[in-house]
Write a protein that binds this ligand. Structure first.
Ligand SMILES: [Zn+2]
Length: 220
């Protein structure tokens, strides 16, 4: 614990994130090497598609795609887990803390095309509270990898449950999947909603309170 009473929790790569991310990780410091290898594979894909690799628009494409993957999959890089500083709940606040409409972008694990939308995160503190800016960072960390919406929802809930030991936590994610919209069944505008909960959110009233607050329109 630090002087101001805050504690900084940073798990090594053997921590919760690794357990929940199928153990994948890119060693820190090897990003440039991975970019160049992915770029080589991308060149191979373009060749298989019989594209004219001399076309000025394609010249830098393999490397651009590789760098973009590293950016979009940043959560796979060793040590990218956010440091979550918690504070003692000195006020004894035991009601809901809600962060609504947190935007995110992720990539579908099945097709490597984007899915994106918003997350709503609620928790009820017991002895610890967390800085509100950390909730989007936790979401982003798990979104930046090939992902399933169901798993993303569970991972965010589990992370908060493990780190904060709150009375309860609930995560709702609403997203659009380009693999559903652009290909296959081609259903533009379809939304997928997932939720994960722990602790007192198992109780219907608690869950209902959160969902009612989500339905309320906020005009600022
Ligand atoms: Zn997909």
């Amino acid at each position: 614990m630090k002087k101001d009473g805050s504690t900084s929790v940073s798990e090594p790569s053997t921590g919760i994130s690794r357990e929940l991310s199928n153990g994948a990780s890119i060693p820190r410091g090897e990003e440039a090497l991975v970019v160049s290898r992915v770029a080589d594979h991308m060149t191979g894909i373009m060749r298989e598609l019989n594209l004219d690799l001399e076309d000025p628009n394609f010249v830098g494409t393999p490397e651009r795609v590789a760098k973009m993957y590293l950016e979009m999959f940043h959560g796979l890089v060793e040590g990218s887990e956010p440091k979550v500083t918690t504070f003692p709940n000195d006020e004894g606040y035991h009601h809901m803390v809600i962060e609504r409409e947190i935007p995110f972008y992720s990539m579908c694990a099945h097709h490597f095309v984007p899915f994106y939308g918003h997350a709503h995160i609620a928790y009820i503190p017991e002895t610890k509270i967390v800085g509100l800016s950390k909730l989007p960072r936790i979401l982003e960390f798990y979104a930046k990898r090939p992902q399933l919406q169901e798993r993303l929802t569970e991972q965010v809930a589990e992370f908060l449950w493990a780190k904060l030991r709150p009375l309860g936590v609930m995560v709702v994610i609403e997203a659009r999947h380009l693999c559903v919209e652009m290909r296959g069944v081609k259903k533009p505008g379809a939304h997928t909603t997932t939720s994960a909960l722990r602790g007192c959110f198992e109780e219907r009233e608690v869950r209902e309170e959160f969902l009612a607050l989500l339905r309320r329109d906020h005009a600022w």
